[in-house]
Design a protein around this ligand. Structure first.
Ligand SMILES: CCCCCCCC/C=C\C/C=C/C(=O)SCCNC(=O)CCNC(=O)[C@H](O)C(C)(C)COP(=O)(O)OP(=O)(O)OC[C@H]1O[C@@H](n2cnc3c(N)ncnc32)[C@H](O)[C@@H]1OP(=O)(O)O
Length: 297
C-alpha cells in the first residue's frame, strides 16, 4: 500500500493525473469490506456495511494544506471514489482545536515560480475532486477552519460544526493581504449568497459557530464530542436517497461553478503565480507568518 501511494504521489506530481484524468489501475487499491488506510497525513477508515468512510486529517500542528498533504488527500479521495462500496465520506480532524488552517503559507513564500504553479495545480485538483465527488461528503468541523480549511468544508454537501466559541470559520484571505480566488468566492456565494459573501470576503471575516449557522455557512452545530456522531446521522439521511438521483442533482447544481474553473484553469495558475511572486505579496505573507509565530510569545 505504501509503495502504491508513493507511486501515485509521484504520478500526481509529474502531472500524469492531469494528463490521463484518472489514476492508473496500478495505483488503485479498492476498499471492499471494512478497510483502513494510513498515509503520513491522513487516515481513512471505511465501514463496508454502511458504505461510509471517515477521512481523518492528522498533520500537526494545524493540518495546513501543503503540496504533500494535498497530494495524499486527493489520492485518498480518488481511491474511495473508485470503490463502488463507498457511498459517503465524513471529513474530520485528529487535532485538538483545528480542523484545517488552510493553505500552507510556507508553500507560497520564497519558492520558485515552478513550485507555485505545481502547488496551485494541486489546490485546484483537490477542489475539483472534492467538489465533483459522486459520494455524499459531510464535514465534521471539530476546530477552527480559516481560508482553505473553510473552502474544504464549503465544498462538502453538509457541514456540522462544534459549538465552541473558541473556534471560527471563514475566508480570511484579505487579512493576509491576499485575495480569495474566484472559485473560492463562487463556492462561498453558492452557500451564503452574494451580499453576505461580499461583506465576508472584503473583511476577511471569521465567523463564530453561532454566526456561521445564522448565515448558513454551516448547517448544524453540535457539542464538540458529538460532531462526528451527528455527521454520521446526517450521512445516513443523505444515503437514504437513491445515489443516481442525488448524484445527477448534485452535478446539475455544481456544473457551472466547476466548468468555470476547468475552462480558466491555466489562466488561474498564471494569475496565482504572477500575484504571489510580487514583492509586496511576499512581504505580506512573510509578515503574517511572523505574526502567527509572535502570538505564541
Ligand atoms: C487578482 C487576483 C489574483 C488571484 C490570486 C489568488 C491568490 C490567493 C492565494 C491564496 C489563497 C489562500 C488561502 C489560504 O488558505 S491562506 C492560509 C490562511 N490561514 C490562516 O490564516 C490560518 C492561520 N493560522 C491560525 O489562525 C492558527 O494557527 C489556527 C487558529 C489555525 C491554530 O491556532 P493554534 O492552535 O494556536 O496554532 P498556532 O497559531 O500556534 O500555529 C502552530 C504553528 O503552525 C503554523 N501555522 C499556522 N497556520 C499555518 C498555515 N496556514 N500555514 C503554515 N503554517 C501555519 C504557525 O505559524 C505555528 O508555527 P510555529 O510557530 O513554527 O510552531
Amino acid at each position: 500500500m505504501a509503495a502504491l501511494l508513493k507511486r501515485s504521489a509521484s504520478l500526481l506530481r509529474a502531472g500524469a493525473l492531469q494528463k490521463h484524468g484518472v489514476l492508473t489501475k496500478q495505483a488503485l487499491c479498492l476498499f471492499s469490506t471494512n478497510m483502513r488506510m494510513f498515509t503520513n497525513k491522513i487516515s481513512v477508515e471505511m465501514d463496508g456495511t454502511t458504505g461510509v468512510a471517515v477521512l481523518t486529517m492528522k498533520s500537526p500542528p494545524v493540518n495546513s494544506l501543503s503540496l504533500d498533504f494535498l497530494t495524499e488527500f486527493t489520492i485518498s479521495l480518488e481511491k474511495l471514489e473508485m470503490d463502488k462500496a463507498c457511498r459517503g465520506v465524513i471529513l474530520t480532524s485528529a487535532l485538538p482545536r483545528v480542523f484545517s488552517a488552510g493553505l500552507d503559507i510556507t508553500e507560497m513564500c520564497g519558492k520558485s515560480a515552478e513550485h507555485y504553479a505545481a502547488f496551485w495545480r494541486a489546490v485546484q485538483e483537490f477542489w475539483l475532486k472534492l467538489y465533483t465527488s459522486n459520494m455524499v461528503t459531510v464535514a465534521a468541523i471539530n476546530g477552527s477552519c480559516p481560508a482553505g480549511g473553510c473552502l474544504m468544508a464549503l465544498v462538502c454537501d453538509y457541514r456540522v460544526m462544534a459549538d465552541d466559541p473558541k473556534f471560527s470559520i471563514g475566508l480570511n484571505e484579505t487579512k493576509l493581504g491576499i485575495v480569495a480566488p474566484f472559485w473560492f468566492k463562487d463556492t462561498m456565494t453558492n452557500t451564503i449568497g452574494n451580499r453576505e459573501t461580499e461583506k465576508a470576503l472584503q473583511l476577511g471575516y471569521m465567523y463564530s459557530p453561532a454566526d456561521a449557522l445564522k448565515v448558513g455557512l454551516v448547517d448544524q452545530l453540535a457539542s464538540a464530542d458529538k460532531v462526528e456522531t451527528v455527521a454520521s446521522t446526517v450521512m445516513s439521511e443523505w444515503l437514504a436517497i437513491p445515489d443516481h438521483a442525488r448524484h445527477l442533482t448534485k452535478s446539475m447544481m455544481r456544473k457551472p461553478t466547476r466548468d468555470r474553473l476547468v475552462t480558466h484553469r491555466d489562466a488561474d495558475i498564471t494569475s496565482f503565480v504572477n500575484f504571489v511572486t510580487k514583492d509586496s505579496i511576499q512581504k505580506s505573507l512573510q509578515m503574517y507568518l511572523e505574526s502567527l509565530k509572535q502570538r505564541k510569545r
